[in-house]
Every structure is written in structure tokens, then in C-alpha cells.
Write a protein that binds this ligand. Structure first.
Ligand SMILES: Cc1cc2nc3c(=O)[nH]c(=O)nc-3n(C[C@H](O)[C@H](O)[C@H](O)COP(=O)(O)O)c2cc1C
Length: 202
């Protein structure tokens, strides 16, 4: 498979960047080809602009959006890597989702997350988070993220199977962080091909 990893972190020495590298090493160890979209390094603009919102100068015709869409079209599987900020996506990743997965290219209606215009791909979210896993479970944060990202966003992306892997305790000990890096490697090594979601019309 060809696997696209999309990274949101401004620091190439960050834990999130190390997680992305570890995931890609795992994927390569299983003979997958990999491609990295390093959004900060590449200067991607996450700002939803007047041009994006105007049907005449639609997002699908903007050069930077098209380049990202070509990357997705090449990929059989997609992995998004970003640190958990305020129980959500940091602004760069949120803007990439808003701008790139646009109406008319990714979806054309608003009431069925499993009806994507895109061919099926497998998908993974790898998300370093400072909090402990028991805190995240007990407070309902994981359930909220599963609903928003797995049932919602990744459904419209047409990803199947799709999975959220929260890398809790990412600010912990070196032992803890080594364990999380191993989990990212294993996640890359064990990526599986797409299965058909409920409906696919692309
Ligand atoms: C602005 C900001 C918001 C954060 N919000 C959360 C949060 O809501 N939940 C959480 O568990 N950790 C939160 N954290 C901690 C980060 O998820 C954690 O430090 C992560 O490891 C950062 O990635 P990095 O190590 O690659 O920089 C936040 C950190 C920052 C800087």
C-alpha cells in the first residue's frame, strides 16, 4: 500500500514528529511505501479564506488544495499525526481538514457520513496527549473524539477501517515515551487495506 502521513507540529524534534517517523518506519518494514505531508515545514495555510468560501473560486480550484488532494488520491491509507490541544485538533490540522476535504471532491451532501465521493481507504489518527488514559476515559473525552473524528470526519473521508489511537501520557517518562513510539511503529507495520464502507459513490 501507499500510505500518506500528515503531520501537524512546528518542531521537527517534537514527540509528535518522532511518532510520525516511527509510524512510517513501521509501515516501511511491512513493505508499504510512505509519503509525508509535513504541514508546517511546507508552509500550508490552514486559513479558510474568502476564495475557499466563494463558489466561483472554489477550494477545489486552488493550487495548494489541489496538491493536497493529489496526495490523497495517490494514497491507499492515511494517518494523521497531531498533538491533542484543548481536546481537539490543533489549528493547522483543522485547517487542512476544512480546506482539503472539500465539498464536491470529498462529499456532496451533509447527512450521511459513510457516503463519501472518495474511494475507500484505511485511516488512522495517532494523537499524543498529555493526560493519562484513565482521565481521558473517565471524563468522556475519548468518546467525544470517537464521535467527532471516527463517526464524523473520517466517515466523510470514506475511510474504512478507521481508528483513533490516543498516545496518552506523552509528556511522561522516557520509558513511557519509548513505549508510545513502539506503538506507533506497530501501528504502521499492521496497517490493513481498505474495506468498503457502507456506501461509496466515487
Ligand atoms: C495548547 C496546548 C493544549 C493542550 N491540550 C491538551 C488537552 O486538551 N489534553 C491533553 O491530554 N493534553 C493537552 N496538551 C498536552 C499535549 O497534548 C502534549 O504535551 C503533547 O505531547 C504535545 O505534543 P509534542 O510533545 O509533540 O509537542 C496540550 C498542550 C498544549 C501546548
Amino acid at each position: 500500500m501507499h500510505i500518506l502521513t500528515v503531520l501537524d507540529h512546528p518542531n521537527p524534534h517534537s514527540f509528535s514528529a518522532a511518532i510520525a517517523r516511527s509510524f512510517m518506519s513501521g509501515a516501511q518494514s511491512a513493505d508499504h511505501t510512505t509519503e509525508l505531508a509535513d504541514l508546517h515545514a511546507e508552509g500550508f495555510s490552514p486559513i479558510w479564506s474568502a476564495a475557499d468560501a466563494n463558489p466561483e473560486t472554489h477550494a477545489n480550484s486552488s493550487r495548494d488544495i489541489k496538491a493536497e488532494q493529489r496526495r490523497i488520491e495517490r494514497a491507499d491509507a492515511i494517518c494523521l499525526v497531531f498533538p491533542l490541544y484543548w481536546w481537539g485538533m490543533p489549528a493547522m490540522m483543522k485547517g487542512w481538514v476544512d480546506r482539503v476535504w472539500s465539498w464536491g471532491w470529498a462529499y456532496d451532501q451533509l447527512d450521511d457520513p459513510d457516503t463519501s465521493l472518495q474511494r475507500p481507504r484505511s485511516g488512522l489518527l495517532l494523537v499524543p496527549a498529555g493526560a493519562r488514559s484513565d482521565e481521558i476515559e473517565a471524563n468522556g473525552h475519548r468518546a467525544a473524539m470517537e464521535t467527532a473524528w471516527i463517526d464524523g470526519t473520517f466517515g466523510y473521508f470514506g475511510l474504512s477501517p478507521r481508528r483513533l489511537e490516543l498516545l496518552c501520557g506523552s509528556t511522561g517518562s522516557n520509558t513511557r515515551r519509548a513505549d508510545l513510539l513502539n506503538r506507533a511503529f506497530e501501528a504502521g507495520r499492521s496497517m490493513t487495506p481498505a474495506t468498503s464502507p457502507a456506501t461509496h459513490r466515487g
